[in-house]
Each structure stands twice: as C-alpha cells, then as structure tokens.
Design a binder for this molecule. Structure first.
Ligand code: GLU
Length: 449
C-alpha cells in the first residue's frame, strides 16, 4: 500500500466516528498521491500523519439565557488545525448540527484554502451547536458574549483570527468583538474579520466569497474559449455567498436562475439580478427564514417543492453554494445527463466523494473545487487584517482589484500544479497540490513537532 493510502486508511480507522473529516482527508490526500510519491522527504518527515492531526482542538461550555429567563447550555469548538504558514484563521459556524467531525473537516479544508490565497494564514475553524433560528437579537448577543468569555484567551491578531461562516455574520462578529474588547481592555480589531466597516471591517468583504467565485469561473470559461455573458447559473442556498455570486454574475451579464432552501428551489428565468431581488434574499435570510417559496410568490418565479436545482434543464453552469454533501451521486448523474459543462463548487465540500469522482471522470464536464473557488472570502479577510495592522482602510476598488488578482493566481497556480505532476487539466488535484506544497515546505523547514 502506498504511503498516502496508508495514512488515509489509518485516519478512517482512528476517526471512524467523524465521517465528514474522513471524507475530506480521503479527497485531499488521494489528490496528493503523485506529488507525495515524487517527494520522498514528505514520508521521511511523516508529513501526512502530521498534517491530518490538528495542532490543537478544544471544546468549551457556553451557557446563555433566553428571553424567557431560562438557561441553555451549548458546546463551543475551536480547531486550530495548522499554523505553519501564519496565525490560525477560519470562520465560526453556529448551526444545530455542528459537531467535532464538521469542525475538523472545515478546519482541514481551511489549511489548503488559506495557503492557496498566498497570504500568511494558517487553517482553523470553530463554532457551536447553537441554533440561531428563531432567536431574538438579545439572545444572539448573550450567546455570543458567553461564547467569547470562553474563547478570548486563545485568539488574537497574531494567534488565531475567527470570522463568520454559516449562522455568523457581521451582527454576530460585532457582539463577539464587543465582548473581546471588554475582556481585553484594548481595541484589538485585528483579532476578527468580517467586521462591520464602522470599526475596521473591509469594504467588499460581504461580497468577496461570491465575487471571487465568479472571477474564478471567468478563468475557467476563458480557458475553454467561452464567455460568461448570457450564462444561466444554478446556485443553491440563498445566503451571503449566493448573494455575492448573484451580484457579480449580474454585473458581468450572466444570471443566477436558481436559489434553494431545504424545502425546494425556485427558478427565476430573469435571474436574481435586480437590487430589489438581492435585498429580498438578504432580508429573508436575516429573518432566519428557510421559506424560499416567498421569493417565487413575490417575483413570479417557478417553485419546485422538495427538489434540488441540479436536474433543471435550463441551466448552463452549476454552482452549489449552500452546505456540505448537497450533491450526491444521483444528482451528479442528472447533471451529467443534462450535459452541463461547468461544475463549480462554492460551498465547502458540497459534493459527496462518489459524486465528485463521477463528475471528474465524466468527459465534457469541468470540475472546480470549493477550496479554490471560495477562497476569495478568506483572502479578503487577509486583506482586512492588513488594513487593521496598517490602521487605514482601502477603497472598494482597491480591495476588489486585489481580490481579482488573488483569484486569478489561485486558478493559474492550481492549473500549473496539476500539469507539473502530469495530471493534465485537473483543477481539483491542482488546488490540493498547490495548497499542500506551501504548507509542507513550511512544516519541513520548521522541524518536527
Ligand atoms: N468561513 C469562511 C471560509 O470558509 C471565511 C473564513 C475567514 O474569513 O476567515 O473561508
């Protein structure tokens, strides 16, 4: 058995109770096989065994009081996965299904994603099994304060910099930072990203993940001699990331025609392109609603209850942008049967491993991996950190230009990495290799620990 396979097997055996983590380790490490085989120093330094083990993972108790006076207890998590190339960096997810496996899978992905940006950021992730749905603003605030009471000792601008993820937006970051500032007695706003502009957030950060995804897509289309103009894009979800994709696609003459929730999907033939529509999805999300049917009612779009957008015949590009494992083998077969040419992952690990393998092996479909496509979010967090340490703020144009350049580099570096190992045009393997090589070099140079 090869070195790479033996590490995958050992992770699957030791962490059999962490399915999402095992899934991402298998996906990433399988892509690295050729690269690892041609670098005997990786095996000599036990690099794979070391990279699959978080440097530090901890859980903590979060007690908070609801408006009716009752007390509730949740579990908080932070996984500081790898700090070889910079301070730990990654979002916080507040969602009722959060568990150690999900936090570790996200933290592991974050190592490679952050490395791909070329910025000095290690990989981390955290969150809680707190369910924000239906909570009042005061409840959210009390939860965030209690969460930060436990976490504040372990983060900081040169240590670990949390940001948002599902269930954590600029409101939550505000409450988290407020408590951090109170506890530390200073104004260390570089300890968080995704802040509101009023206290050191970056312009374009809210849009960045979606914008970056579309910039990446443009690179793919250009290399295929194709153009984004007139393209119909199927997105899932209707959160912040999807919103950014809708906005940038509309600016470039394409349209996002589908949005979805757990209940079904809407098809809007005119695209989610007007300011009114974009604001509507933001408002719906703010209310904590999953009722995407309301969009269809308001704007006269089709509603398909209980279905996913992937089988729709009237789409050119698929961009799953909601949750992990949203596209399974059955959906992948429908995408292939519909002759969709571009499968661009946006959410973290939106495709099951069997579906991803199927799509990658189907002729005529180009598959782009989320760790590269959605890296614009964290890249812009890196830009926010630079602005905080420089004590100044960049214009929207400057941030957008920088983000665009980073996305072009990510695409080109991924393409080159795959070619270097004789893998052809393989954006999935290329992203894993390019992200890995930088971290591996840093780990080797810093010695065994
Ligand atoms: N949660 C986002 C991601 O998956 C953003 C992380 C960050 O900005 O630190 O990349």
């Amino acid at each position: 058995m090869s070195y790479t396979k033996s590490v995958i097997e050992s992770v699957k055996k030791r962490y059999s109770n962490q399915p999402e983590f095992c899934q991402t380790v298998e996906e990433v490490l399988s892509s690295l096989e050729k690269c690892v085989d041609s670098h005997p120093e990786y095996e000599k330094n036990a690099l794979l065994e070391r990279i699959v083990e978080p440097e530090r993972t901890f859980t903590f108790k979060v007690v908070w009081q609801s408006d009716d006076g009752r007390y509730h207890v949740n579990t908080g998590y932070r996984c500081q996965f790898n700090g070889a190339i910079g301070p730990y960096k990654g979002g916080l997810r507040f969602q009722k299904n959060v568990n150690l496996s999900i936090i570790k899978f996200l933290g592991f992905e974050q190592i490679f994603k952050n490395s791909l940006t070329g910025l000095p950021m290690g990989g981390a992730k955290g969150g809680s099994d707190f369910d924000p749905e239906g909570k009042s603003d005061a409840e959210i605030m009390r939860f965030c304060q209690s969460f930060m009471d436990a976490l504040y000792r372990y983060i900081g601008p040169d240590t670990d910099i949390p940001a948002g993820d599902m269930g954590v937006g600029s409101r939550e970051i505000g409450y988290l930072f407020g408590e951090y500032r109170r506890l530390k007695g200073n104004f260390e706003n570089g300890a968080f990203t995704g802040k509101d502009y009023s206290y050191g957030g970056s312009l374009i950060r809210p849009e960045a993940t979606g914008y970056g995804a579309v910039y990446y897509l443009q690179n793919v289309l250009k290399d295929c001699g194709d153009d984004i103009k007139g393209k119909r894009i199927a997105c899932s979800g209707f959160g912040n990331v999807t919103w950014g994709v809708c906005k940038k696609a509309a600016q470039l003459g394409a349209k996002v025609v589908t949005l979805s929730s757990v209940n079904g999907y809407v098809y809007d033939k005119d695209g989610v392109a007007t300011d009114e529509k974009l604001q509507f999805i933001l408002d719906l999300r703010k209310k904590g609603s999953v009722d995407i049917e309301k969009y269809a009612e308001k704007f006269g779009a089709e509603y398909h209850p209980g279905e996913k957008p992937w089988s729709d015949k009237n789409i050119d590009i698929v961009m799953p942008s909601a949750v992990q494992n949203d596209v399974n083998l059955e959906s992948a077969k429908k995408i292939a049967a519909n002759k969709i040419k571009y499968y661009i992952e946006v959410a973290n690990m939106p495709t099951t491993n069997d579906a991803l393998a199927y799509l990658r092996n189907t002729d005529g479909i180009i598959v782009a991996p989320s760790k590269a496509v959605n890296a614009g979010g964290v890249a812009t967090s890196g830009i926010e950190m630079s602005q905080n340490s420089e004590r100044l703020s960049w214009t929207a144009e400057e941030v957008d230009k920088h983000l665009h350049g980073i996305m072009n580099n990510i695409y080109n570096n991924s393409k080159d990495a795959a070619e270097r190992y004789g893998l052809g045009y393989d954006l999935v393997a290329g992203a894993n290799i390019a992200g890995f090589e930088r971290v591996a070099d840093a780990m080797i140079r810093q010695g065994i620990f």
